[in-house]
Design a protein around this ligand. Structure first.
Ligand SMILES: C[S@@+](CC[C@H](N)C(=O)[O-])C[C@H]1O[C@@H](n2cnc3c(N)ncnc32)[C@H](O)[C@@H]1O
Ligand code: SF4
Ligand code: SF4
Length: 411
């Protein structure tokens, strides 16, 4: 007799435990070392060579296999089943899908935490208008379907409308402007409506005192909220982001309530990330925190396959800064993979540095590489890197209380 996991299940070994990934239900089941070794042995040999089904000392293992069968995760076979396909799952190489264009580093706000270190005095803009236009075409030709104009404050870029028109003419499926919205006027709203442009903005409180304390721009809350009303009245899809730091940590609930009143999607605010001006311990909230990484983990066949060769978030994305630098994410300021002033985009996309970022898997990350959850767990590399004392790209996330070497979740 043989025992095998179902063909939609995958067994993943960690340093001290294992996990069964059920690609049909998406559930990930943790198993101990004994169970892991038993299932690995079952892949190689008939059951009789591994267990004595009648022997009392093997009863725990036999019961375990029965439980797996009852859960639809495995089966007994009288004859040897065809071996499952060995090796990592097949996965298409990643191609460009989404790009952020930081069309200016300048900003009329000067937020305490800004990763882009933007403000009224920022003067690193180096990309000629014609290059932004050609880049939008090159990115589309490389496969990009979604584009976001961001900054700094993108509405301070005098010819931003021409960039939207170019993206629209190139056939991007999704165009978004991420703006502090202080400069949004009727004309801007009408233009966005006409060109199917989505808008994203940011609020740091439900009141001017705290919001303006973060933006260091008196009057910014009133201007942003005025724009929010205009945008919603026009029916333009609006996303409201929010970031929490020490200056506004008591506003998290107020912000969510405000979003609910406005009828926009309500999500818990993010915590300031340690990059740019945000790389400052004094900014960190004292109590507010996002929930740490914890089971249950879920997956699906596509995510599971991709996790073997690509980064779960970074693959297919680039950000281009106002200096022309290509970075894998707006938060990964130090990971410069090329510069579009000197290089065609295609060369940067095929370059080793960007490819390495896109192909950063948890098999390479400290601690995660020995964890049985590594093909289901999410990851933010810039956050892990920014929180690491030595700023290592492959540092483990500080938000994870799991110790794969003991198999224990620390409190
Ligand atoms: C850099 S801004 C650019 C767009 C626009 N100026 C705005 O503020 O909405 C984009 C978003 O990044 C957020 N952000 C800036 N620095 C951050 C940091 N260190 N950690 C997390 N989010 C940050 C801002 O709060 C904003 O929601
Ligand atoms: S977070 Fe946005 S609004 Fe604030 S300084 Fe940075 S670019 Fe400007
Ligand atoms: S962050 Fe790493 S160690 Fe923690 S659960 Fe996820 S894969 Fe495992």
């Amino acid at each position: 007799m043989y025992y095998r996991l179902q063909e939609y299940c995958r067994l993943v070994a960690g340093a001290s435990r294992g996990a069964i990934y059920n690609l049909q239900t998406g559930k990930v089941l943790s198993v101990n070392q004994g169970a892991l070794q038993l299932l690995l042995a079952c892949e190689q040999s008939p059951l009789e060579d591994i267990l004595d089904i009648q022997a009392p000392e093997d009863k725990t293992f036999v019961d375990f296999l029965h439980r797996l069968t009852g859960m639809g995760l495995g089966s007994l076979y009288l004859t040897e089943p065809t071996p499952a396909k060995a090796g990592a799952p097949d996965e298409e190489p990643p191609k460009l899908n989404f790009l952020w264009l930081e069309i200016t580093a300048a900003c009329n706000n000067r937020c305490l935490h800004c990763y882009a270190t933007s403000g009224p005095c920022a003067d690193s803009d180096a990309v000629p208008h014609e290059r932004w236009l050609s880049l939008i075409g090159e990115a589309r030709a490389a496969g990009a379907a979604a584009i976001q104009l961001i900054g700094g404050e993108p509405l301070l870029y005098p010819r931003w409308r021409e960039l939207v028109e170019k993206a629209s003419a190139e056939g991007y499926e999704f165009i978004e402007i991420f703006t502090n919205a202080t400069l949004v006027d009727d004309d801007c709203v009408a233009f966005c409506k006409k060109h199917n442009v989505n808008i994203a903005t940011t609020i740091y409180a439900d009141n001017a005192t705290v919001h303006d304390r973060v933006t260091l721009n008196p009057g910014s809350f009133a201007a942003t909220m005025g724009a929010v009303e205009k945008i919603l009245a026009t029916g333009i899809p609006l996303r409201i982001a929010s970031i929490v730091m020490k200056a506004n940590e008591h506003e998290a609930k107020n912000i969510m309530d405000l979003c609910a009143r406005l009828g926009v999607e309500v999500t818990p605010p993010d915590v300031v990330r340690p990059t740019g001006r945000g790389d400052d311990k004094d900014l960190l909230p004292a109590a507010y925190a996002k929930p740490p990484i914890r089971p249950p983990f879920y997956t699906d066949p596509e995510t599971f396959a991709r996790a073997h060769s690509c980064h779960s978030c970074l693959h297919g994305k680039i950000a281009v800064t106002a200096a022309g630098d290509v970075i894998p994410c707006i938060f990964a300021r130090g990971e410069i993979c090329g510069n579009i002033l000197a290089t065609p985009l295609a060369d940067v996309l095929n370059g080793q540095r960007l490819q390495q970022c896109w192909h950063t898997t948890k098999d390479q990350v400290d601690k995660c590489k020995d964890c049985e959850y590594r093909y289901a767990c999410t990851d933010c590399r810039p956050l892990a890197q920014g929180s690491d004392a030595a700023k290592r790209w492959l540092a483990c996330s500080v938000d994870c209380p799991y110790n794969p070497y003991t198999g224990k979740w620390e409190e």
